[in-house]
Design a protein. Structure first.
Length: 284
């Protein structure tokens, strides 16, 4: 009776429940609309926007290739983590613990300025030793003249970021594979399949389908963490923001636009991941 009276009170719209409104989306929408208005109406914001938008392509390129490398490292490492081979299992655990135990920023600096010079020194040494035996070899001559300058900062950033995220993807793949019932592999073996055939045709297709949403979330995290490669002076979005601030001393306008661009990219990707999660739930 009381609820019926509340419905009839003036000023209340039937069926309207304000508490269920997505207020977080409304706030973000208003903030985004305000910033768009400033970019259109303010020359300072407009010039900052067109200066920073150049870094979006670099940011997306670094994110895509580093995450591709992380996936290529993560899948075999995840398989090795559950392998019965003691050497492979311990080697994969060593990689995972090292990559996850070192802060990503430190790992990027260490790989870019520590590992790569050693790698270049090794290559040139191989080239010099080879020229002693084959002095006319063009390939060995190329190796001997290989320099650290031949490796771009962006390339170092991609490899470092991919190496760091590979450990996280390894755990994602491991969890996805272990979530599949052991009966699936037993059924595969009963059909005469080997372990590798059962893993390839039975277990992995189901596991990959389950880990797609977590991989999407990690891709978003990788996009945000790509800002760390600004320490290598790569002209991605964050680095361009630092350069813009140093040149104009307009920190507020610059970092408002930087935050707006990052947030726009992550919201688009988050929407796609939520759609993917819902699609996976419907099909299960």
């Amino acid at each position: 009776m009381e609820s019926l009276e509340n419905r009839k009170r003036p000023g209340l719209i039937p069926g309207l429940n304000v508490s269920k409104w997505p207020w977080w989306a409304i706030v973000l929408g208003l903030a985004g609309a305000t910033l768009v208005f400033l970019i259109i109406g303010s020359s300072n914001y407009q010039s900052t926007f067109f200066y920073l938008i150049q870094g979006i392509i670099t940011t997306l390129r670094i994110t895509f290739f580093s995450f591709l490398l992380a996936t290529l490292l993560g899948l075999p490492t995840g398989l090795a983590r559950i392998s019965k081979n003691v050497f492979l299992r311990n080697l994969s655990m060593l990689y995972v613990e090292i990559a996850r135990g070192i802060p990503l920023l430190v790992l990027i600096i260490y790989i870019a300025y520590g590992i790569f010079p050693l790698f270049v020194t090794l290559i040139t040494s191989i080239g010099n030793w080879g020229l002693i035996l084959l002095p006319s070899s063009g390939f060995l001559q190329t190796l001997a003249t290989f320099s650290i300058r031949d490796v771009t900062q962006e390339g170092r950033a991609i490899i470092a970021l991919g190496f760091g995220y590979g450990a996280f993807e390894a755990e994602v793949f491991r969890a996805g594979i272990q979530s599949i019932s052991k009966g699936q592999m037993e059924a595969a073996k009963s059909l005469g399949m080997t372990y590798f055939q059962g893993m390839r045709f039975i277990v992995l297709p189901q596991a990959i389908r389950r880990v797609l949403p977590p991989l999407g979330n990690d891709f978003i995290a990788c996009l945000k963490d790509s800002s760390l490669v600004s320490i290598l002076a790569v002209n991605e979005l964050t680095q361009l923001g630092r350069l813009r601030t140093a040149g104009t001393f307009r920190a507020m306008e610059t970092y408002n636009v930087v935050a707006f661009l990052y947030l726009s990219m992550t919201l688009i990707l988050s929407t796609f991941v939520r759609w993917l999660e819902n699609r996976m739930k419907i099909e299960e």
